[in-house]
Structure formats: C-alpha cells, structure tokens
Design a binder for this molecule. Sequence first.
Ligand code: ADP
Ligand code: MG
Length: 437
Amino acid sequence: MEKPTAWEKVLEHLKPRIDERDFETWFLGTKQRHETPEVLSVQVNSPLYASWISENFATQISEAAQLAGLGGREIRFGADGDPSSTIAAIKGPVVVKKRTGTLNTAYTFENFVTGNSNRLAHAAALRVAEKGTRQYNPLFICGGAGLGKTHLMQAIGHRRLSRQPGDKVIYVTSETFVNEVVLGVRFNKMESVRTRFRAADILLLDDVQFVIGKEVSENELFNTFNALYDDGHQIVFSSDVLPREIPGLNERLKSRFEGGLIVDVQPPELETRVAILRQKAEARQVTLEDDVAFFLALKIKTNVRQLAGYFERVAIFSEMRGEAISLDLAKEALKDVLRDAEQTTSPAEILRAVAAHWGLKPSELRAKTKKEQIVFPRQVAMYVLKESTSLSLPEIARLFADKHHTTVLHSIRKIAARREEDAEFNRLVAGFISQYR
Ligand code: ADP
Ligand code: MG
C-alpha cells in the first residue's frame, strides 16, 4: 500500500468534522500538489473552490491539520491554470499561531437571517454583544449542526469589537481549548494559558460538548468560568444539545451552563431558508429566481451549511457555464449530490403547471381573490402541493396571499372528495401528482 500523503491524512481527520455531503462536494476531488516544511499545497477543482474551502472550513481544516501532525504549516488551495492567482491559504493551526483564534468576517449579525427558528437566540446574542448583561451570563446556544451557532457566536465577537474596540474578545472552538490545555500541561505553560483565557472580557467557547469527558480540560474550563464570571465578564457557550443532554456532564458544570440563559436554534422554516438563499445570492451578486430558491430550500431542510453549500455549487456551475442560474441549471449542477436525495419537488413548478392547465398565471393563483375560476384551481394546487412535497399546511398556506392553514386543510378535503366522485378529474389530479413525486 502506498503511504498516504500529508493531505490525505488531513482529510482523514477532516471527514468526521464536517457534514458528509459537504465533504463530498468540496473535498472529494482534492489532491496534494506538493509539500514543504512550511507549506502544504493542495489542488482543488476551481478557483472558487479554493476560496469557498478556505472561507468555510478553515477552522476544521486547521484542527484536522493539527491532528495529522502538520502543526504550524500553511495550507494553500489552488486550482489548475494560473495557480498564483487562485491561492487561498489557511494559516495552519489556529491554536499554535493565532492565540486569540480568528473571527470569520462573513459571520456578522448583518449577514444573519432571522426567522422563528432562531429569533430568540439572535436577540440574546445581540444583547450580550452590545452590553454584556449579568442576566444572560452565561449565554448557552444550542442546536443541531449547520444551524448558525458558530455564525452567531462570531457575530457577537464582531459586534463587541466594533462597539468596545478595547475589549478582549476570545473566540475558541472547544478543540482548540482542549489542545491549548494539553499543550500547556505538556510544556509547563499552564499559567500563561490560564492568564490568557482569564483576560477575556468576553469568552466565546464553541461546541463546548467536546470539552466534556476530558478531565483536565473540563476542570480548567470550570475554573476559567468561575474566574470570568466572578469578574463580571461574559461567557457564551454553544453546544449541539442542551446541557442536561451532554453525556457525562458533571453537576457543577451543568449548573454553571444552566445558570444563565439557554436559547436554541432550530432548523429554519421554508421562508427563512429562502431568505437565507436570497441573502447568499445578494452577497455573491447573482440573481436567484424564486423557483430555484424554492427548489433548493425544499431539498435541504435541516442544515443551513448544506443549503449554502448547494447554492454555492449552483453559483459556481453557472459561472463556469457562463449561464444565468435557472432551475434546469441548478438541477444539473446538483445532479450528483441529489442523486440519492428526495425527488424534485418545486412548489413553483407545481403552481405553474396547475395554473397553466386553467389558463392562469401562477401569480393569479396566489393572489387574494374569491373569483370562482381561481378558487377551484387554487384548491387543486394546494392539494397537489400537499401530496407532492413535504411542505406542512402552514408552509403551503404561506405560498398564497392571505390564506390560513385551515383553508388549506379545507381545500385538501374538498379536492380529495371530488377525486372520489369524478373519475376524469381524478386522472387529472393524479397526473399532476405523479409528475412531481
Ligand atoms: P453551526 O455552528 O450551528 O454548525 P454555522 O454557524 O457554522 O453552524 O453555520 C453554517 C453555515 O450556515 C454558515 O456558512 C453560516 O453563515 C450559515 N448560516 C446558518 N444560519 C444562518 C442564518 N440564519 N443566516 C445566514 N446564514 C446562516
Ligand atoms: Mg459550529
């Protein structure tokens, strides 16, 4: 067997740290180009991959590089062609080089889209960023992967730095925290590690669940927490689960975690997912039509990182093709990653098809009106949406002006009854459904 390259070793450690589909999308085609004691150079598919990878996965790659024994090295990503202009570098291990950790410039409040799923977390984050109130100390943000916890934590850091430029903001992932403690112990530098963390005006500790079970670090965390808390400094934690759900969490830390405010981030609703896509499109200065936005937002329901990743893939594909983003283009760009995913169900397509059958425009179907010739097709559209997509009743209701989900329910019942009575109508509706299922 051939010896794995340094990059392959990094990939091995990276894989468990990021979403599986992200890994497939962004890292499957990457290869080591060359390696020096200072620099590891990696080949990626296109210049845009280079920037996307270094903007979105820098922390994870740094950690993976650290674990692969590449401490201190710089990793450069470049595409074929003109390598000098496509290099995007990640300065190796945050823990060794940049002792305060880094804030991603894209992770600001301005770039954070709010909806019911994250409104409370957002509001609490704003509060601790602006003022630092004892009430919300610590702030504990919990929620599943890719739902914006890191984004919110870093937004707190940015905001605090802009309001109070003299404040010492420390953002660290838990792995970095643990690494620092381990290195501190090994090299007899624990005092300086302690001094550094305890100097924080605000400490942002991301994915705190990783500290739990690592005895020395856990103990250090407890002491750091107490020191900061007693001095009235703000602490913010994030975790994938609630404190009481963290396996093996001891009572004294649990009571600290629960002593302030706990907020959660939930998977965003359809509207919020669409708004996030619009925001990403705007940031990239590309046009994203509703049908494509809905198509993507319906495909990926539970992970914003993945949603953004898919959009990015579509945007890159459109750039490489020199074509605007359309539904067909999006489907083609994503055909590999969506191969095993659910079938395509775009509500916009459904609305268009149903409207067209009755010689209407989709906008007429969605408008507020009681006209007989519109009410009926609208009921059919609602029914087909329910049958062909995984939209909930309230989500369907929101596609129509001024409709309540009980109206949707009523429509669905009516159409279902009519299907039983009227064979020809039944065939028509079945056709709509099979087309989209
Ligand atoms: P987590 O830390 O919860 O796993 P992240 O904060 O890393 O998730 O978010 C994953 C990606 O999704 C990031 O690129 C982030 O900018 C984006 N994202 C998540 N939630 C939102 C939101 N509400 N608005 C805009 N972007 C978001
Ligand atoms: Mg995170």
